[in-house]
Design a protein around this ligand. Structure first.
Ligand code: ZN
Ligand code: ZN
Length: 365
């Protein structure tokens, strides 16, 4: 199994089979919550497609021997080597054909003659970027067998951009694989989703994350705490293990969530202002606070599904979780923090019962 990925053994096996197949799919959709390992899995796919040891070059010389099956690698060959040139460049994040496309101005290509200000802080993936992408995919990759474009978050296209992406997926250019990453697959055009091989990336069991952190050399106590706090998200767990102060006082945060959710509107605005002030000086702490909010609403959602008393309508919880995802993406795209927090807090339903922090069960234990 891949040492680079914590958990997801079944998905890694699926990606290995897809990459080794006659015609690897040209579009994959990795759907799942932030921090579960979606991007790591997309990179794993890129490695499998491009590793020289998994895909020995078929030069004229080699093809002379092609008929001799004894020279082929065994069918159950291990994962990408991590050492050949493509593997190293991909793992370093410097491969010229492995491209991350997200909100900002990566690949931005203005129309001819159009004056067009750069937009590093934009919130969406814009049509100018999609134009740049189409230009790019029309050409051969610099050196890769398969160019891989990782689009994250793939739910951030404007109308025109989404339809242009759809056209590209309908008539896929050769040599290019699109990996779409999203926490909100329902926000994508149905027609885009149906063009992709869909991979559901689910939370990883706590014990598996803990073991993965220990394998990476983290102290066992710290690994246990980080795994617990991450609620099934290996990416988050690694961040927590690297910055233990991010974990903060979980119980205190959840109590605050309960207070704000039950409080009047003006309290929410005051809280949004406070978040925005602290965002400037301590991003880690605020991201941990957003995680606590996520845990808070996920717990309400579970209670709602269970039909417990004092539950919030399910739709309200789902809406709240979506608002957190949006706020996080906005903040990462450097939009103004205060309106982002206000929008998020206004989307939260009002909770009437204050709940004790003990109710936050270890859901992925
Ligand atoms: Zn390799
Ligand atoms: Zn642009």
């Amino acid at each position: 199994m891949s040492a680079r990925i914590i958990g997801h053994e079944d998905i890694v096996r699926e990606l290995a089979a897809l990459a080794a197949s006659e015609e690897p799919p040209h579009a994959l959709l990795f759907a799942g919550p932030d921090g579960t390992g979606r991007t790591a899995l997309a990179i794993e796919y890129a490695l499998r497609l491009n590793c020289e040891r998994l895909n020995p070059p078929t030069t004229a010389g080699a093809s002379l021997w092609g008929a001799d099956s004894s020279l082929l690698p065994p069918p159950s060959s291990p994962g990408p080597c991590g050492e050949c040139r493509p593997c190293r460049l991909i793992l370093e994040g410097t491969h010229p054909d492995i491209i991350a496309l997200g909100p900002g101005d990566t690949l931005c290509r203005p129309r001819d003659g159009e004056s067009h200000a750069k937009h590093p802080d934009s919130r969406d993936i814009r049509i100018c970027q999609v134009r740049g992408m189409i230009d790019l995919v029309a050409r051969y990759p610099f050196e890769a067998r398969h160019r891989v474009i990782v689009i994250d978050p793939a739910d951030r296209f404007g109308h025109e951009a989404a339809h242009t992406v759809l056209k590209t997926l309908e008539e896929p250019p050769g040599h290019t694989v699109f990996c779409l990453v999203t926490a909100a697959p329902e926000a994508l055009l149905e027609t885009i989703v149906s063009r992709c091989r869909r991979i559901e990336v689910r939370p990883v069991p706590r014990a598996r994350i803990e073991a993965g952190l220990v394998e990476r050399g983290f102290d066992p106590d710290l690994a246990a705490r980080a795994a617990e706090t991450s609620r099934g998200r290996p990416g988050r767990a690694i961040e927590f293990a690297r910055h233990p102060d991010m974990m903060g006082d979980r119980g205190r945060l959840l109590e605050r969530c309960a207070r704000v959710a039950a409080g009047p509107l003006r309290e929410r605005f005051a809280y949004a202002r406070d978040l925005a002030d602290r965002w400037r000086s301590d991003r880690h702490a605020i991201l941990a606070e957003l995680d606590a909010w996520e845990a808070f609403w996920e717990e309400r959602l579970r209670q709602g599904v269970g039909g417990g008393q004092g539950t919030v309508a399910l739709a309200g919880c789902v809406e709240a979780l979506r608002a957190i995802t949006t706020a996080r993406a906005d903040l990462q795209a450097n939009v103004m923090a205060r309106p982002a927090f206000e929008l998020m807090l206004l989307a939260f339903p009002r909770v009437t019962l204050a709940l004790s922090p003990e109710e936050e069960s270890a859901a992925y234990a």
